[in-house]
Design a protein around this ligand. Structure first.
Ligand SMILES: C=C(O[C@@H]1C=C(C(=O)O)C=C[C@H]1O)C(=O)O
Length: 118
């Protein structure tokens, strides 16, 4: 697929990965870096790419979280630690307000799962 991000410099090489996006500087965007688009399909492509990255990160986070929970359970501890979860929620709240709290709680719910649940 063609790169849909604005690339004023025609000499910029094509992205190496199919569907990969580049900044105007011809490199992959850094996390948190603002991206400028000039049409709706370009913006939607960016959003789809970001959503895919978020899903991958969530899967990695869930795997790590489950490993920690299993280690603690194996040591006879509780699978869930509310104090740690409250610290995490507070960070999200500081950054994003009430919606951050909702997202943090959804993330924690995903990562906790229930016994025998994916
Ligand atoms: C991963 C852990 O275990 C559980 C899962 C957490 C998480 O997904 O962030 C946080 C606290 C615990 O309820 C941990 O204690 O760090």
């Amino acid at each position: 697929m063609d790169n849909l991000v604005d690339r004023p410099d025609a000499a910029i090489p094509a992205p190496t990965a199919p569907g990969a996006t580049l900044t105007g500087a011809g490199r992959a965007p850094l996390a948190g870096e603002p991206l400028t688009i000039s049409n709706i399909p370009a913006g939607r492509q960016q959003i789809d790419d970001i959503d895919a990255q978020l899903r991958e990160l969530l899967a990695t986070r869930r795997d790590l979280s489950r490993q920690i929970q299993a280690l603690r359970s194996a040591e006879g501890g509780p699978r869930i630690e509310h104090a740690r979860e409250n610290e995490i929620i507070a960070v999200w709240a500081d950054e994003l307000g009430p919606r951050g709290v909702e997202i943090a709680m959804a993330v924690l719910t995903l990562c906790r799962g229930a016994a025998g649940q994916p």
